[in-house]
Design a protein around this ligand. Structure first.
Ligand code: ZN
Length: 135
């Protein structure tokens, strides 16, 4: 298992529009893409902060993962994503080491990345995502 770098930080927001406004007009970052990921019931906006991506997540369905998170915890940091190689092998290795997985197999995330989530109960309460660029 080798983590290369932080791929992005995911932040749950109630309104993508007002969050983009904040990031652009106050923090001075530029939104370079907006993408809907129907699978995860979210709309996402992307920013680069140096080498690291910020992914703002707005729910498109109150029953989706971000909808439930906002209901329970309100706006805030939702997950940290690490870039890896050999995602499936990493998942198998972590599972063997006793880490519970939300995704046993990679699935498609935003920006065409293969992604999988680890269970926050086994990662000190931090929802952790592993990503891999497809070949
Ligand atoms: Zn993410």
């Amino acid at each position: 298992m080798k983590i290369k770098h932080i791929e992005h930080i995911g932040i749950a927001v109630r309104s993508l529009e007002s969050a983009i406004k904040l990031y652009e007009s106050k923090l001075g970052l530029k939104c370079y893409a907006i993408e809907e990921v129907p699978d995860q019931k979210v709309r996402t906006a992307f920013f680069m902060a140096g080498q690291t991506k910020i992914e703002l997540l707005e729910s498109t369905d109150p029953e989706g993962p971000i909808g439930k998170f906002l209901e329970k915890k309100g706006e805030g940091v939702h997950h940290i994503a690490f870039a890896t190689e050999g995602l499936q092998e990493n998942l198998d290795e972590l599972s063997q080491k006793g880490i519970r997985l939300i995704d046993n197999n990679p699935r498609k995330g935003a920006e065409g990345l293969n992604i999988a989530f680890l269970h926050p109960r086994d990662t000190m309460g931090v929802l952790t995502e592993l990503c891999e660029k497809p070949e």
